[in-house]
Design a protein around this ligand. Structure first.
Ligand SMILES: [Zn+2]
Length: 344
């Protein structure tokens, strides 16, 4: 099991990145991967901080595509980078995570938003011609989460991150179902971590919208805990069940998907209903946080919500969830979506 060696969360901790990289003896030559917007928010400042003691190259990327991964791999090799720093959102982190694994060097994760649990996980979501695939990578050697930077990102991103964490309630339920029905091996430790992360976010449902320092820290810690839970399990099982399959199906079906955490959260309301669990608790927590709970709020057609719930079974078919268990068809999907108020 591989885990981050250093996790630093707090105000203005961006300034500590050079010190952290030095202590971890990562080498002299660093490639900073960042985005257009995130360069202005963090990447540029980080580059000047690093310049004093490191040789710095910067690469700005857009989407998390195979093309961009190859691009970052090629540059890393060309400049003989000792390590990579990802300063940006989910896409930047995903690309850097996979590229560093391919090159065989370490990477440091500097999230500029707390929008999903990829911050510290070993799994990268990468776009290719067939849609989005989850690729095995390595977790970051260090995570430096500057709460001032994350606080200034749009609230929608933070709410989406909360949605990703709350959706673990059903990821865990799906895994336990697979244990019961298919005798799949489970990891109690990682299940406990995932559930605890979801619990902490639900308990802070009224505090999070105020975006205080303590609340931001809670969300970041919860997202990192989910990444660690996956590392302990050796798979994404504790953090990705039927609700994630639903979100991946939506990514394929819709031209303009909502955010990952938003889609998983809505999927989780319906999955919890299908499990016979307390789906209202899930929905109410999301409502209080300000995350979407309906098709309309996701800005996705009701028909596609039903289609995605049905076709989700085709995503990672080996992963047994409540969708396979109940053999969800169009009627059952529609009933679940209507009953929970996801569609009208
Ligand atoms: Zn997720």
């Amino acid at each position: 099991m591989k885990l981050p060696r250093e996790v630093i969360i707090g105000k203005n901790v961006l300034e500590r990145v050079p010190e952290v990289c030095g202590e971890l003896r990562l080498g002299k030559k660093v490639l900073i991967v960042t985005g257009e917007t995130t360069y202005r928010i963090a990447g540029g400042r980080l580059a000047s901080l690093m310049n004093d003691s490191f040789e710095v190259e910067i690469e700005k990327i857009g989407e998390a595509s195979e093309k961009n991964v190859k691009n970052v791999v090629d540059i890393s090799k060309k400049i003989k980078a000792d390590f990579i720093i990802a300063a940006g959102g989910g896409r930047v982190i995903d690309v850097a995570k996979l590229a560093s694994k391919i090159v065989g060097i370490e990477f440091v994760s500097i999230p500029t938003a707390a929008s999903h649990d990829g911050i510290a996980s070993a799994i990268a979501s990468i776009k290719n011609s067939r849609g989005v695939t989850s690729r095995a990578a390595e977790p970051p050697i260090a995570v430096v989460a500057d709460t001032e930077i994350i606080k200034s990102s749009p609230y929608r991103l933070l709410a989406s991150g909360c949605g990703d964490v709350i959706s673990k309630y059903t990821s865990v339920k799906d895994w336990m179902l697979a244990k019961q029905v298919k005798d799949e091996e489970i990891s109690e430790y990682s299940i406990a971590m995932s559930e605890m992360a979801a619990e902490i976010i639900v308990q802070a449902e009224n505090e999070i919208p105020q975006r205080g320092e303590a609340a931001i820290r809670k969300v970041i810690k919860a997202l990192i805990s989910c990444g660690v839970a996956m590392s302990i399990a050796g798979s994404s099982r504790p953090a990705s069940g039927s609700e994630h399959k639903f979100s991946h199906a939506l990514d394929i079906l819709t031209e303009k998907p909502a955010l990952h955490g938003e889609q998983c959260a809505v999927g989780s309301i319906m999955a919890m209903y299908l499990h016979g669990g307390d789906w209202r608790e899930v929905r109410d927590a999301l409502k209080n946080i300000g995350a979407p709970t309906t098709a309309e709020e996701l800005d996705i057609d009701s028909r596609l919500i039903v289609d995605a719930l049905v076709s989700a079974k085709k995503i990672k078919p080996h992963r047994y969830t409540i969708l396979e268990h109940l053999n969800i068809n169009k009627d059952k999907a529609e009933k679940a979506a209507r009953y929970t108020g996801v569609i009208e």
